[in-house]
Design a protein around this ligand. Structure first.
Ligand code: NG1
Ligand code: ZN
Length: 500
């Protein structure tokens, strides 16, 4: 295709989705995410990029999801999904960032440059699936994505309102029809009933949702529960799940991603033993946010290998692929289980040829695999996996909770002039800049029993996140406040000083 025919890339941009801001935007932990009003030109350009990516992948389908997940209503975001239903390959993040930030005048030339750089055959067909969450700004952004796809003569298929994991699943199925049918119904979840959607005036994630429950350690505002009732909280795009219950003193008990990961891993381990698939190695992947008690339980009680990686699902997913069966979860409830081809083949064989007891366990495992959305964390699929284990074991939520006791923890945010002044190493558990911050954190941590703390720049918000845990809630809160103060002082804090 001669470059002259890319004129339309510029024309659509100028007339329909002009770039009206100079604020630099970066493809971060979960794509581009910021105030919805700053995103229209970015999403249009991601429509362009998705077509180029589809052609580089020989016309296989690419996904575009419009959502800001757990963030509040005024935000929105966009992320690309690769043909296997995975997050966009990391080396393309820089290309996405470049395309998102050029001026309208330079857009055509940059598009040509990118096409050359990645060696896309623009004569091929291109297919792009587009989904969005329920934010009122999402339809407008989805339209911008469609226009981007049209501008480069790709075919866009709109799915309307879907969860993030459903779109990942549909992309995967479209490219690999052995995985399932690319429709919402294809993922046979069966019926479930929505207990409550609070939030003031129905605003997404406001005082409710998985992130609110996890970070504030409180139940959603305005919901009532019977004691020991099992309650699940999801986030705005359906890829995170946490559980909680209230005891008879109305105290909340949270079962987060770590609790879910350990429950699923222990059940799969139990079935692997029962079907005597001893050559299959199961492993668990966490991030620095995993509660220290969970890591200890996994290592010492479950005796399962565990690895710690940087925040962001793409890192967890990647690490989980190195096991025959890899269970990965962020503490915030985003995660899933991955099964290698070797694992699937072995388990299928045992289900056919094993001794009766082995066959039974292998069949249960096959059902479990079938219910898993392996493309990405999926709150609904994870919910059914949890319910399956509790049902199989006849366990209630309290018994599930009792497997191990979480260390009290606290998460805080600090606003600084430039959050990228913070650099980290060792899966974000230590900070290498600014100078003096890590030694200050070490000093503070040393004064607490079971103390642990780390800081890192957020990839989705303009803040530095602080995490702390200690023997009591009071101490965890104190440690978090002191570390926040250290960040404020040594990394250029702005606004109100954090209260220690
Ligand atoms: P950032 O803002 O980079 O901390 C948050 C979550 C991540 C991940 C992304 C994407 C925490 C502490 N961080 O990232 O785990 O889920 O959002 O949604 O929960
Ligand atoms: Zn989400």
């Amino acid at each position: 295709m001669p470059p002259s025919s890319l004129r339309v890339v510029y024309a659509f941009a100028r007339e329909m989705h002009p770039k009206t801001t100079d604020v630099f935007i970066e493809y971060g932990t979960a794509g581009f995410r910021t105030k919805a009003s700053l995103l229209e030109h970015v999403v249009y350009r991601m429509g362009l990029l998705a077509v180029i990516r589809s052609r580089v992948k020989n016309g296989r389908t690419i996904g575009i999801m419009i959502t800001a997940s757990h963030n509040l209503e005024p935000d929105n975001g966009v992320k690309l999904i690769d043909p296997e239903g995975e997050m966009l390959e990391q080396s393309w993040e820089e290309i996405a960032t470049r395309l998102a930030n050029v001026s309208d005048n330079d857009l055509e030339a940059t598009t040509v440059e990118v096409i050359k750089q990645v060696n896309a055959d623009m004569g091929l067909k291109a297919s792009v699936f587009i989904g969005m969450d329920t934010r009122y700004t999402s339809p407008r952004l989805a339209a911008a994505a469609v226009h981007g796809v049209m501008a480069l003569k790709g075919t866009a298929k709109e799915f309307g309102i879907v969860t993030t994991p459903i779109l990942h699943y549909c992309v995967r199925c479209r490219n690999d029809n052995t995985y399932g049918t690319p429709t919402e119904e294809g993922k046979k979840y069966g019926p479930y009933s929505l207990v409550s959607t609070p939030g003031e005036r129905g605003q997404l994630n406001l005082n409710c949702g998985a992130d609110f429950v996890k970070v504030s350690q409180k139940p959603p505002v305005g919901v009532e529960h019977a004691p020991f009732q099992r309650v699940a909280s999801l986030d705005g795009d359906g890829d995170r799940l946490v559980y909680y219950y209230l005891d008879d003193n109305n105290k909340m008990h949270l079962l987060d991603g770590d609790k879910i990961a350990t429950l699923l891993a222990s059940y799969v381990t139990q079935l692997l033993k029962a079907c005597e698939a001893t050559d299959l190695k199961l492993g668990l992947v966490q991030t620095a946010y995993a509660n220290g008690a969970s890591t200890k339980y996994i290592t010492e009680d479950l005796k399962v290998p565990v690895s710690c990686v940087k925040t962001g699902v793409k890192h967890l997913h990647h690490a989980a692929q190195s096991y025959d069966i890899g269970v990965y979860f962020e503490a915030n409830g985003h995660g899933t289980v991955l099964y290698s081809d070797k694992a699937k083949t072995t388990i299928r064989r045992i289900a056919q040829e094993g001794e009766p007891e082995q066959r039974k366990a292998a069949q249960l495992l096959l059902n479990f695999i079938d219910m898993t959305n392996e493309t990405v964390g999926d709150a609904i699929s994870d919910l059914f996996l949890v319910e399956t284990v509790l049902c199989a074991r006849g366990q209630n939520v309290k018994e599930w909770m009792e497997a191990y006791t979480d260390l009290p923890c606290r998460q805080l945010k600090v606003t600084v002039q430039d959050r990228n002044a913070i650099s980290t190493a060792d899966a974000e558990r230590r900070c290498t800049a600014p100078e003096g911050l890590q030694s200050r954190i070490d000093e503070l941590v040393a004064t607490y029993k079971s103390g642990r703390s780390f800081v890192r720049p957020s990839g989705t918000e303009d803040v530095v996140r602080v995490y702390a845990e200690a023997d009591t809630q009071e101490n965890a809160d104190k440690l978090a406040a002191q570390v926040s103060q250290a960040v404020f002082d040594l990394a250029g804090g702005v606004g109100d000083r954090p209260v220690a």
